[in-house]
Design a protein around this ligand. Structure first.
Ligand SMILES: NC(=O)c1ccc[n+]([C@@H]2O[C@H](COP(=O)([O-])OP(=O)(O)OC[C@H]3O[C@@H](n4cnc5c(N)ncnc54)[C@H](OP(=O)(O)O)[C@@H]3O)[C@@H](O)[C@H]2O)c1
Length: 200
């Protein structure tokens, strides 16, 4: 399984840090090319591999850590999305719901990526929290997953666990997933809830 992160900002870097800490290779890309990511590799180590966007989009599992509307440009940059698992870490905070056809923002992202299996995850915590160690003496930080595809949820849950978090599935995007969808200027109830799952 290969992984990549699109976006080297607050969230992209926080997640790259977790891959590096867990010893899992991850490609990472932005709009400016691999040279612009060199200092991040110096800081985080060589498990984080700077790539051109088109190369990063060849991964099996792609994390979208870009501003909400930038998903449309990322969508156009891949020749196909067929069979890809896409982790949507974006929030459409401040986007009027009328601009989203009144749908959850992740449904809009999914529509732009035909053939991909989308899982919403990592969007409910501030980047500064995502950059912290996911484990404490008492347990592991919860990461909520929502998706319309159970197989993709299982793939992402396995990754989330390997990164040291506790994956918690909320079910389908339009059902339990609504608990983590920003709508207009409202944050859904689970956004910002920094919860831990106790070790059994
Ligand atoms: N900040 C938070 O605390 C937080 C927490 C949870 C979720 N989120 C959500 O996560 C997403 C990212 O937030 P952020 O704070 O990390 O944003 P950010 O710091 O502004 O970083 C955005 C990154 O996306 C890249 N990007 C933009 N358009 C792109 C494109 N077409 N192709 C490839 N890369 C592109 C930018 O590339 P360049 O560097 O080349 O400009 C930049 O690296 C947003 O949707 C946000 O709502 C944010």
């Amino acid at each position: 399984m290969t992984y990549s992160i699109i976006g080297t900002g607050n969230v992209g870097k926080a997640l790259a840090r977790q891959f590096a800490r867990s010893g899992i290779s991850v490609g990472i890309a932005n709009t400016r090319g691999p040279d612009s990511i060199a200092s991040m590799v110096e800081e985080l180590g060589d498990k984080v591999v700077p790539l051109a966007l088109q190369e990063a989009l060849k991964a099996d599992v792609i994390i979208l850590a870009v501003p909400f509307w930038a998903h449309r440009d990322v969508a156009k940059a891949a020749p196909t999305w067929q069979g890809k698992v896409v982790i949507d870490a974006t929030n459409a905070y401040g986007v009027p719901v009328s601009d989203l056809d009144n749908l959850p923002s992740s449904a809009i992202v999914a529509k732009a990526l035909p053939g991909a299996y989308l899982v919403k995850a990592f969007n409910h915590l501030p980047a500064g929290v995502l950059a912290q160690e996911p484990g404490t003496a008492g347990g592991s930080r919860a990461i909520f997953l929502s998706s319309d595809d159970e197989g993709a949820t299982a793939t992402v849950a396995a990754l989330v666990a390997k990164l040291g978090y506790a994956p918690i599935s909320l079910g389908k995007i339009a059902e339990g997933g609504q608990l983590v969808q920003a709508r207009d200027k409202n944050w859904a109830p689970l956004i910002f809830q920094d919860l831990f799952k106790k070790e059994q």
